[in-house]
Design a protein around this ligand. Structure first.
Ligand code: PLP
Length: 390
């Protein structure tokens, strides 16, 4: 059976070049970067070279990067770490209604401890208004966190504008750039951010490794306490092979990102044109232009996204109904509800995310099969039956 992977926003396969770069660090270069002997120093050099490369890609300084276990840890560290460091200054955090759970869950934990969190809403395309953020700022606000691009609907936020107003008000600004790093340009100075999260497995690096950018002078508490790795900011023996893999993945993105995005934009345009042409009663979710080059999200009325996903899976096509983290829950996605969809329409959402190895023939195969799957499922749908009877 043909196998087509269209769920790159959930995770991407490692680039073979990444695995090649990592391999020696499992074997002859296995040292602990904190050791003083030659094995350790070899690992330390790989660590610092990777840090410099990662920083350079983001327009940051090497000392402003710490390596973490991924996007979740970086996000959690920002929310808990800033809350801890600035507790005497204030207890108010502003974020958006469409953030990843790696941001909203720690916010909920803080709310239980007495912090106030404002979840700024979005418009029908999923855009956060900088004006709304500005209005939410109080003299107790210590942090604003707005994601660079949404993992479900792909909408890219006006981060530079929000960052500018955060700076004017003297409030730290974080962006979760897990879905953008390696895919579209990300520069910490152009974006006016103080803190930024990224994750290796979203851009063809290994899973379980990420980074957090911390602008020099930003006060933030530690997330992991123990040894003095990362200058005491993040304890635990360095995952050198993972860090080397992440840096190699960044090198490849720096080289190929532009032409990859161009190819993906043309496949995205084809999907956005052809799905509504072939499948009646669908709605594109997310901003029509300000969206990730690899992301398409449609609500397909009268049927469940999960049924479409499973039917496509039987044909060898892997897609998603929302973020992988929420797809095991029966609750509709908070992102789709935030853009104003009713529960039924939100339940019928399908996310198609492409990547480095997606071919036009893969998209054609999906376009050939999706209308048949939808027709079959609608034929069994009581909602569709009711609509036709009216
Ligand atoms: N933030 C966003 C926007 C994501 O899409 C994800 C993963 O899907 C994460 C954070 C969590 O990243 P990780 O899987 O590296 O913990």
């Amino acid at each position: 059976m043909r196998k087509i992977y269209l769920d790159y926003a959930a995770t991407a396969p490692c680039d073979p070049e990444v695995v090649k770069a990592m391999e020696p660090y499992f074997f002859e270069r296995f040292g602990n970067a904190s050791s003083l002997h030659a094995y350790g120093q070899e690992a330390k050099k790989a660590l610092e070279d990777s840090r410099a490369l990662t920083a350079g890609f983001l327009g940051a300084k090497a000392e402003e990067i710490i390596f973490t276990s991924g996007g979740t840890e970086s996000d959690n560290n920002v929310i808990f770490g800033v809350a801890e460091a600035l507790a005497s200054k204030g207890n108010h955090i502003i974020t958006s209604a469409i953030e990843h759970h790696a941001i909203t869950e720690p916010c909920k934990v803080l709310e239980k401890k007495g912090f106030k969190v404002t979840y700024v809403g979005v418009d029908k395309d999923g855009l956060v208004s900088p004006d709304d953020v500005k209005k939410a700022i109080t003299d107790k606000t210590i942090l604003i966190s707005v994601m660079h691009a949404n993992n479900e609907i792909g909408t890219i936020q006006p981060i530079a504008a929000i960052g500018k107003l955060a700076r004017e008000k003297g409030v730290y600004f974080h962006t979760d750039a897990v879905q953008t790093v390696g895919h579209i340009p990300v520069d910490v100075n152009a974006l006016n951010v103080d803190l930024l999260s990224l994750s290796g497995h979203k851009f063809y690096g290994p899973k379980g490794v990420g980074a957090l950018y911390i602008r020099k002078g930003t006060r933030i508490g530690r997330f992991l306490c123990g040894g003095d790795q990362e200058k005491g900011r993040r304890a635990s023996t360095h995952n050198i092979s993972g860090i080397v893999g992440l840096a190699r993945a960044i090198e490849l993105c720096a080289r190929d990102m532009g032409k990859e995005a161009e190819a993906l934009l043309s496949l995205r345009a084809k999907l956005i044109q052809e799905i509504p042409a072939r499948v009646p009663e669908v709605r594109l979710n997310g901003h029509p232009q300000l969206r990730l080059p690899n992301n398409v999200n449609f609500s397909i009325k009268y049927i469940e996204g999960e049924s479409i996903l499973l039917s496509l899976d039987m044909l060898g096509i892997a897609v998603s109904t929302g973020s992988a983290c929420t797809s095991s829950s029966l609750e509709p996605s908070h992102v789709l509800l935030a853009i104003g969809l009713d529960h039924a329409t939100a339940h019928g959402s399908l996310r198609i995310t492409m990547g480095r190895w997606t071919k036009e023939s893969d998209i054609d195969y999906l376009l050939e099969n999706l209308p048949k799957v939808v027709e079959k499922l609608r034929a069994m749908s009581p909602l569709y039956e009711k609509k036709r009877a009216n």
